[in-house]
Design a protein around this ligand. Sequence first.
Ligand code: ADP
Ligand code: MG
Length: 278
Amino acid sequence: MKKMICVEDLSYEYKGQDEMIRALDHISFTIEPGKFVAILGHNGSGKSTLAKLLNGLLLPTDGHVIIDGMDTQDLEKIWEIRSTAGMVFQNPDNQLVATIVEEDIAFGPENLGVPQAEIQERVDRALATVEMSAFRDRAPHLLSGGQKQRIAIAGVLAMEPACIIFDEPTAMLDPSGRREVLDTILKLNREEKKTILLITHYMDEAILADRVLVMEKGKIVMDDVPKKIFNQVERMKGLGLDIPQVTDLTHQLIEAGYPLSEDILSIEEMVDELCQYL
Ligand code: ADP
Ligand code: MG
């Protein structure tokens, strides 16, 4: 099957004070179009470095990154790669460039040389997708955190990427902002069929993915569906990672002798499981 992302034996080193810092160490994986993949790993494991390599902001020290058939080391393809694999960062304030929402969203396609009439269509469509059409004339800095992040997402959408890489997009948001952004990400995957890579430290976000990659010291140490990642409770804790609250409770109940399934990830699944014993 055609791959959206192909990472082949990828390594990346930063120049440190007096030595090189190996941030990624011989990583390989592929992602098919339309998938929703979450990436977990504690601080310094290499997640942001990987994200920056995926859209050509950094180039490999060793190995290859191929986005929709294009090698990021092919300098002629760099703009096409950046518009195929869009990036959304943690802090929306660093991504918003204009003083009016619709100008901000138009910025990307303008730089790509898209004709004016089409830019307008793209801006309208992107605003509708993130449900912010009513805010088109507003000043981005007056919006809530969740709204600002949705405008940043619209700015990426206006470049019509097939794939969007989110680097901890909800880390600076309050719970309602997190919900808005997460709902937007799910909609992009399910309705717009975008390939999604979501770097997060929220387990309740990771359980929604088709697949979870876990990073540790520049390597991918786990790669599986969420249920098979989170039922390895001791291993996850050993990697310094949380597991969803419900999974933790399930595990404690199993240890206490209750015959529950190990695969419970959500409150709904927990309720279904417990109802069998009523
Ligand atoms: P994560 O996003 O998982 O927290 P990063 O990709 O930011 O991890 O960092 C991976 C490793 O690379 C860490 O050891 C970090 O200190 C190092 N690193 C990241 N950015 C730089 C940089 N600009 N210069 C030197 N070292 C860096
Ligand atoms: Mg990071």
